[in-house]
Design a protein around this ligand. Sequence first.
Ligand code: F0G
Length: 454
Amino acid sequence: EQVPLEMHKVRIVQKLNLPPVEHRLKAITEAGNNTFLLQNKDVFMDMLTDSGVNAMSDQQQAAMLIADDSYAGSATYTRLESKLREIFGMAYFLPAHQGRACENILSQVLVSPGSIVPMNYHFTTTKAHITLNGGVIEELVSDAGLEVVSVHPFKGNMDIARLSAVIEEHGSNKIAFVRMEAGTNLIGGQPFSLENLTNVRRVCDKHDVLLVLDASLLADNLHFIKNREESCKDLSIREITRKMADLCDIIYFSARKLGCARGGGICIRTEELYRRMRGLVPLYEGFLTYGGMSVREMEALTVGLDETMDEDVINQGPQFIGFMVDELQKRGVPVITPAGGLGCHLNVMQFLEHVPQAQYPAGALASALYIASGIRGMERGTLSEQRDPDGNEVLANMELVRLALPRRVFTLSQVKYAIDRISWLHENRHLIGGLVFTEEPEILRFFYGRLKPV
Ligand code: F0G
């Protein structure tokens, strides 16, 4: 049997609760069937996200103790800036409090009414910021990206012919930038290949448009390039990273996923772009040498970025996810394949065939899974979309329940518990019905909207 092998040992633990089923039913009802609104004390395995909840290493903890606390010019900041320069080879860096803050800055500076932003696939906060600034996104993920069951190793690849067509149709001056998302979140943590990024760059060069990389899920994407892309198998993670970075004009990231538990930032190649964005950092984030991060976070991030260059570190998430996906498949549970990064994704269109998309089947399954197991997952489907300007429901391409595997947090026994409960729920799926909003916020409604059974 192929089982994941942990290349670390556990030295600090946190006690968990597994409340009884009656309690869970009460808790999810009070939370409006929205797993975002559950209290962590009521949750057994928190698989909502990998954001800000990955395990930290002893080296990161140690570095946090020697952080240099000063408002301006701290040595901690200098260490972070030079680590980023060493890894990505870009001259300039702007710190921010998290990923969406980077998206705010990028969108305010580069997007204007009528702008088009081609991308492999959107992320919720990215799309919200681009739209807020009057831009329109064009999702150009390759056809394989939207095939739920597939053996394609790089489902996050951009369709190069469509990218050329979109730029030619609108003209390069309308294109704010092209965005590639590593470990493409909303289609199941799926990677793109280095070859595909190289081809995207070629198109950008031809039309003189900027290429921006969202590197929040870079660690997973690096692991998959190393393990799935023949031409990269003899390269080190560091070498692959540099090859990717060399193709981009801007790299931004959420450090809640990449390298740390908080923070983010934008790495920029040219002084001109850096100067255009710089003014927004003190306005929204904090002074230029912290950008809303604490010095402790910046120290942990510096070490975490270095650790991301180690295959034995970054292979842990994908190995556990691969195990979970394989085991669920063996039991006939519909999941996204091939296994990606970030988490295991249940394919709800098939799991709950009997629930129409307008009744938020993925939200319903996330709620039911909590009742059946105490596991908190996240809806990633129609509920996570925004209504169109006329107020019509936008049906998602995929209805998913994401069960994130925060890196190095859960043990194999816990993952086996999750597999067992999900299989049970699948066998009893006829018990689950749809949901309807009782309270629907206008922006990012999935975060704090409330629903009830239809
Ligand atoms: N880009 C990607 C690909 C992300 O996955 C996220 C966050 C962001 C940007 C925004 O970063 O949260 O630091 O502001 N994803 C989290 C998730 C929220 O749960 O998938 P942030």
